[in-house]
Write a protein that binds this ligand. Sequence first.
Ligand code: UDP
Ligand code: MN
Length: 274
Amino acid sequence: MAERGDREAFVTLATNDTYALGCLVLGNSLRQRAQTTRKLVVMITPGVTQPMRNQLARVFDMIYDVNLLDSRDAANLQLLGRPDLSVTFTKLHCWRLTMFDKAVFLDADTLVLQNVDELFDREELSAAPDAGWPDCFNSGVFVFRPSEETYDSLLKFAMSQGSFDGGDQGLLNMYFRDWATKDIARHLPFIYNVVSQAFYSYLPAFTQFKDSVKIVHFIGATKPWHHPYNTATKEVTPLPETGHNKDYLQIWWDIFMSFVQPTLDPSLGGLIGE
Ligand code: UDP
Ligand code: MN
């Protein structure tokens, strides 16, 4: 009998080499720090270079090519005329990974601090509240069930409704619209998707619960890989305007320096730091 772990996977996404750096750290956080027993999948578009693909192959069990131009049906063709939905469209491809019974999608800017394999006991669509509007879920971490039928239905929905925020989060919240009210089991605790700035909005709660945080999410335009890192002191310098927590940035960089940087192809060196 096949192991359950072979039919379940963590899935992430990169459309370029910079986001792929995030995938490399995320993948290593799942393996080295969280010691997951599940498969790791990265979805990539042609914007990811061959040296980076080789790098990704060191940590991910499967590299799943998503080619925006390799359209399968009329809905896809129509979406090509909607550049605003292109990354959204790419994320939706995770529903086509039907070699898995269940999967957990993680944004490339997330970091897993503790084992989260228990997420596979949850049903579609499970996600944590968005810190900005808690009646919406944040689409950086979600449990789903791959299905071509759901994929088609999501595409049709995207075509007819669009997305209220222009991205995947607005679309998925409209599609799974009863998330907020129907079934509390589909509300993941916030510890599965803690925005790295949470500490600013509610410091006492952060102090109280920070040891139980399992997944950190570096939302916003400035990501961990944009921060200056001093190779002599091995310390990251937080950028005050972004509000990312220094301890979390440091963990991201420690994983990068321990598991990614030593084997990084020299041609990719220019992607990071200063
Ligand atoms: N993404 C990508 N290329 C892009 C933008 C986004 O591959 O140019 C993927 C990546 O996995 C990223 C996710 O889409 O983590 C969502 O975007 P982002 O995390 O930047 O949004 P935020 O969480 O800051 O709202
Ligand atoms: Mn994100």
